[in-house]
Design a protein around this ligand. Sequence first.
Ligand SMILES: C[S@@+](CC[C@H](N)C(=O)[O-])C[C@H]1O[C@@H](n2cnc3c(N)ncnc32)[C@H](O)[C@@H]1O
Length: 286
Amino acid sequence: MDADAIKRETELVRADWAGRGRHWDRRADEIAEQAARMNAPLIEAADIVQGQQVCDIATGAGEPALSVASLVGAEGRVFATDLCPEMMLGARRRAAAQGLRNLTFRTADMLALPDADAAFDRVICRFGLMFCPAPARAAAEARRVLKPGGRAAYLVWGPRAETTMFVVFVTAAEAVLGPLDTLDDIDLARPFSLGAAGALTSALTDGGLTDVDEREVRFAPRVPAAAPFWQAQFDMTFGRALDGAPEEKNRALKDAVASGFESLREGDEIPLAVHVRIGTGAKPTD
Ligand SMILES: C[S@@+](CC[C@H](N)C(=O)[O-])C[C@H]1O[C@@H](n2cnc3c(N)ncnc32)[C@H](O)[C@@H]1O
């Protein structure tokens, strides 16, 4: 993709996320526990310890920057970075509420970080790399800002069909709103663009990282059917598209999602499948 095409794509992504910031801010605390379960294998793969300088790319409402800030402690620092200041509203609010003082927030594209070469021990990114139109270039930019021997770790969604929440959302959206490729305000394709086995490995290797490793991580939570477990993710996914839409449309989509989950019910619970992938790579020491 040439530089102009990358710029155009990035502007589309920026406009999309700018409209979602307030929904993510509103819902972030509700799903903090769920987020922590997904942060754990990423933080472990990144090998984060006290005292490190860490860049969290595409931090959104602060995942995993806030957990990492606690982990690196007063001697360390987290530079939470996102393309959209609107998406960091929640991160700033939550950091203040938690009294975290070792966080710095910056608005920046992952393709052009505002940092000197070799500034960080770690670069991490949760559910962000797949929105970049040039993921290998993003990995090369991570390599630039890493210290020699430093490590980058990325977490992305696996194939869409292997995470129950999205299967139900897609079925409901297509039934109520129409074919996905006609829905300009709902992007249920890009989040899965690095989901195929090997896609992360290619991006990280092409970006010049070494010792590249890619692994799949699966979760199989059974959630109480009576709990509103999908509502936060629903708002984060559809909120922008439904802003200003007629109430009947909003209601019809929610009803379709609720009945999609109901059809999976086993007793008092709903079994969910979740597939994410983690890619890691290092900056060579020579
Ligand atoms: C799905 S959210 C993930 C937020 C958070 N990391 C999490 O896991 O909850 C994706 C984020 O990627 C950001 N983003 C998309 N393209 C980006 C880019 N080129 N550079 C930096 N951030 C980007 C969006 O603004 C959005 O906040």
